[in-house]
Design a protein around this ligand. Structure first.
Ligand code: ADP
Ligand code: MG
Length: 249
């Protein structure tokens, strides 16, 4: 059974069909990239999976169960996190507290923190927060207020927050957007490290083909809302259809 599966997913905005009959699946421990020209429907597909958007038609299953009845925070509870959303940071709080809150949210569900009764849960939460900050290279900055971190570190914290929820599926929509070449390289290295250390399953939207070719087990190509190809990096590199539609011949 795939971890995530979309079936004939259609999303229309008025006359625009942003995703058109998209049926894709992701297996556990698979690293998948989603590519395609601007306006292809990549972000729409991600936002449908996180339940920030309602599909016009179709179905989304996670671990075999429909998630269409769920609210976005319920989807996080089920194990789907989206990274690189600045909104997930509490700027005034130290880095370590941001990681703890994310770990707590994962264990007990946001807004239900008062249910935390077992003392050893605090230790568990602390352990997850520490491990997370070590993974993303922010342990030394743990007492720094998130707002005072440099841009690149903030983005790492955002990834850390998503990871602290110990997601079964991590969604990333253009994580290197707005980054300098140095920050981009550092972010890719970070994702590579986390990928190596954890059994991370992800769906990554990324326009840099070199990154995509290096980081993915499989690539899905969207064009004008439709899946026009999918395959290994080698298969995609050699696909004429992808060359014509996307890679510019
Ligand atoms: P991508 O992320 O691949 O660049 P998007 O998913 O953002 O593409 O957009 C796909 C299409 O849907 C585009 O034509 C875009 O203009 C349209 N679209 C996306 N979001 C909205 C929205 N909230 N309202 C209206 N049209 C939208
Ligand atoms: Mg987009």
């Amino acid at each position: 059974m795939p971890l995530l599966e979309t079936e004939n997913l259609v999303k229309r905005f008025g006359g625009v069909t942003a995703t058109d009959d998209v049926s894709v699946s992701i297996e556990s421990n698979e690293r998948v990239s989603l590519i395609g020209p601007n306006g292809a429907g990549k972000s729409t597909l991600i936002n449908l999976i996180t339940r920030r958007l309602d599909p016009t038609e179709g179905e989304i299953r996670f671990n075999g169960e429909s998630i269409l009845g769920l609210k976005p925070h319920d989807v996080v509870q089920r194990g789907v996190s989206k990274s690189f959303q600045t909104a997930s940071i509490f700027p005034q709080l130290p880095v370590i507290d941001n990681a703890r809150i994310a770990a707590l949210g994962a264990e007990h569900g946001a807004f239900r923190l008062n249910l935390l009764s077992r003392l050893d849960s605090y230790d568990e939460v602390d352990a997850v927060a520490r491990e997370t900050l070590q993974d993303v290279g922010l342990w030394a900055e743990r007492e720094t207020a998130a707002a005072d971190l440099p841009y690149g570190d903030k983005r790492r914290l955002e990834l850390g927050i998503a990871l602290a929820a110990e997601p079964d599926l991590l969604l990333m929509d253009e994580p290197t957007a707005g980054m300098s070449p140095e920050e981009t390289a550092a972010t890719v290295e970070l994702i590579e490290n986390v990928k190596a250390e954890r059994d991370l399953t992800f769906l990554l939207v990324e326009h840099d083909m070199e990154i995509v070719m290096n980081i993915s087990d499989r690539i899905i190509v969207l064009d004008r809302g439709s899946v026009i190809a999918q395959g290994t990096p080698e298969e995609i590199r050699e696909s004429e259809r992808v060359q014509d539609a996307y890679l510019g011949g």
